[in-house]
Design a protein around this ligand. Structure first.
Ligand code: AMP
Length: 218
């Protein structure tokens, strides 16, 4: 069986983390999120974490060579043998090309790039109202999905969800990551989903797009 490689593309705050976790549950694809791996390394105080933290706090991308090496190592582990759902990678053309080359070397390829579309003004609102639980990693939104008031979650705001970093991340998305839309469109792999709908609808649309794109082609 060939491993499946699915990419979830979208600006910061589009809901990629939430959706990727659900798609992973529904499909059995392993959820690999480069942002989560960087954050684990920051928490663990590793050399990689120390390097990544500076970029992350400023809302900038971690350099390509470090990110690519980390991602390729992660997806070559045995738990990824059947396939992965990539969340937050690739974010630059160089990363996409490195991924394509590495997969080609294994006789595999990217199956689909799912693009969750959300306009900037909605993203600004969402990101500045996003809070996370330190212990269970659950994601809350102070407007639409507030954290429990009984103290069962210890919530905090990511440094890069603070206003200056959010503006910077959106700018980086438009400059560095948006060109990937054309990149995957040219390869006939792009599927667009309206990310402004209710979370469940976005999830349904993503699964439907994945099923349509993953279906055997003549
Ligand atoms: P995320 O949780 O996906 O929003 O990622 C948080 C931060 O981690 C980003 O703002 C970047 O600093 C860094 N990061 C995550 N994925 C990548 C990537 N593919 N390339 C470069 N930096 C990344």
């Amino acid at each position: 069986m060939t491993a499946r490689y699915v990419i979830l593309l979208g600006p910061p705050g589009a809901g990629k983390g939430t959706q990727a976790a659900q798609i992973s549950q529904a499909t059995g694809l392993v959820h690999v999120a480069t942002g989560d791996i960087f954050r684990e390394n920051v928490r663990g105080g590793t050399e990689l974490g120390l390097l990544a933290k500076g970029y992350m706090d400023r809302g900038q991308l971690v350099c390509d060579d470090v990110t690519i090496e980390m991602l390729l190592e992660r997806i070559s582990r045995p738990d990824c043998g059947a396939g992965v759902m990539l969340d937050g990678f690739p974010r630059t053309i160089a990363q996409a090309e490195a991924l394509d080359a590495a997969l080609a070397g294994r006789g595999a390829r990217v199956e689909t790039a799912l693009y969750v579309e959300v306009p900037d003004d909605a993203l600004m609102r969402r990101l500045s109202s996003r809070w996370l639980c330190r212990t269970c990693d659950r994601i809350y939104n102070t407007i639409t999905n507030p954290p429990p008031t009984d103290g069962s979650c210890e919530v905090y705001q990511r440094d890069d969800d603070k206003p200056e970093a959010v503006a910077r991340r959106l700018q980086v998305f438009h400059q560095e990551t948006e060109p990937l839309i054309a990149y995957y469109e040219r390869q006939g792999k792009l599927r667009r989903v309206d990310g402004e709908q209710a979370v469940e609808r976005v999830g349904d649309d993503l699964l439907a797009a994945l099923a349509a794109q993953g279906a055997p082609r003549s």
